[in-house]
Design a protein around this ligand. Sequence first.
Ligand code: 2BA
Length: 109
Amino acid sequence: MVKLVVAVVQDKDAGRLIEELVDRGYRATKLASTGGFLKEGNTTLLVGAADDQVDEVVGIVKRVCRPREQVVTPLGPAGGAADYVSYPVEVIVGGATIFVLNVERFEHV
Ligand code: 2BA
């Protein structure tokens, strides 16, 4: 069966990750994406792979992509309450967020 590995990664790791995947014979598609929480650019990779290749693909993603600490200052309520004070908070951005999906049908023409 064919799987689709969807990996949301940081832009900083995307170039090397694609290189490593392609070097090992995998095909990958890179999509520009935006995180819903930070509203910053990230990269989503689509990698089609056979069942028995999924562990290797996920392993490559885990090896290349590093978690990083990021400081964000949440926006106040819309309309701007006068007494609202927002403080910077630290979040750890993965690594990678990985989904493995079953593919019902795959054709390459
Ligand atoms: P963002 O949504 O911009 O989230 C960036 C980081 O902010 C997250 O890192 C997490 O540490 C933090 N964060 C996200 N939502 C939060 C919340 N409601 N409260 C507190 N902190 C929160 P990661 O978890 O490593 O996620 C990195 C990126 O992966 C996300 O960017 C998003 O684009 C994607 N992602 C993560 N989980 C997902 C999911 N379940 N479905 C779809 N995309 C996902």
